[in-house]
Design a protein around this ligand. Structure first.
Ligand code: AMP
Ligand code: ZN
Ligand code: FE
Ligand code: FE
Length: 291
């Protein structure tokens, strides 16, 4: 295929966090849409990456391992995408496991709050439905609907789970600076996710000073002018440009995969950085054999 028509989707979720597709279903969707390269960026986990790698290989799609870390900086939530990390890096796996435990404890606390409100949701029903190490509020919402305790996911969020509603529990997050360090010591690239949805403009300079590698300019919730705004910021700071649909399968209505087409040239730049003998003056490159 002409490289100018090739595209990537580097922001995708599966049932290993709060998406609904399995890695195999996601790769099949990508294949039917003609996606040339994909990354899996489940929240705070890389559990689905080996299956996604195999499914992509079978479909002839290039695959980049990834995750989306929930972090914070100066009190604002910031999502940091990690690309090309070594999936066996002990420190990375240990830290991710710690934040998965935080997520699981938070589910217990949210269910305890619901029970105090006389909503008889059983915590095991949430864990059974989530069936992954990185559960979140959408799983509580789905369990509430499944148990007939709420009519819809919207009702579950509106009545109980949105910020400052009675069953909401704030999430303990790692600092964005820590997230950048953690990703880079595992040989990966750290990218600020969907900056148009967070107050990222105010802190981008500080993240760049901390070693941020890239910025997600293309995203399903970015308008045309927003994309242009972040392309200019990427240019200004010399950041890599990434993009993806942030597809969660069927959990948010229509699947978003295919709605964002990251031009393949940006994916090539990412690969180049990852396969350089030493990228950004730090870790050994473990991906030289991958591409
Ligand atoms: P958590 O990481 O557990 O705080 O959950 C965040 C997830 O919940 C994200 O994927 C959001 O898209 C989803 N979410 C947050 N607010 C709502 C809402 N009002 N309705 C539906 N989903 C929501
Ligand atoms: Zn999500
Ligand atoms: Fe996000
Ligand atoms: Fe996401």
């Amino acid at each position: 295929m002409n490289r100018d028509n090739m595209f990537a989707d580097l922001h995708l979720h599966t049932c290993f966090s709060d998406g609904t597709y399995t890695p195999e279903e996601l790769a099949a969707r990508g294949s039917s849409l003609g996606v040339a390269a994909m990354s899996l960026t489940d929240h705070d986990t890389v559990e689905g990456c080996p299956r996604m790698a195999a499914a992509c290989a079978a479909a002839g799609i290039e695959f980049l391992p990834g995750t989306e870390l929930t972090a914070e900086f100066n009190g604002n939530e910031v999502h940091v995408l990690a690309y090309g990390i070594d999936l066996t890096n002990p420190r990375f796996l240990l830290e991710v496991a710690r934040f998965q435990a935080v997520r699981q404890d938070r589910i217990r606390e949210m269910v305890a709050r619901l029970n105090k409100l006389n909503v008889p949701l059983e915590v095991d029903s949430v864990f059974a439905l989530a069936n992954c190490r990185s559960p979140g509020r959408p799983h509580v919402a789905r369990a509430l609907v499944q148990a007939g305790l709420c009519a819809s996911l919207e009702e579950a969020f509106d009545r109980f789970l949105k910020a400052h509603r009675p069953a909401w529990v704030p999430k303990c997050k790692m600092s964005a600076l820590e997230a950048i360090r953690l990703i880079q010591q595992a040989g990966g690239l750290a990218v600020a996710a969907h900056p148009g949805l967070n107050r990222t403009d105010l802190i981008i300079g500080q993240l760049v000073d901390a070693g941020l590698d890239g910025i997600e300019c293309f995203h399903s919730k970015h308008t045309g002018p927003t994309v242009q705004h972040y392309l200019a910021i990427a240019d200004h700071y010399g950041l890599l440009v990434t993009g993806g649909s942030d597809c969660h399968g069927l959990s948010k209505g229509k699947p978003l995969i295919g709605s964002v087409k990251l031009p393949y040239v940006y994916f090539e730049k990412l690969k180049e950085r990852l396969t350089a003998p030493v990228h950004s003056g730090r870790s050994q490159n473990h991906l030289a054999q991958t591409f």
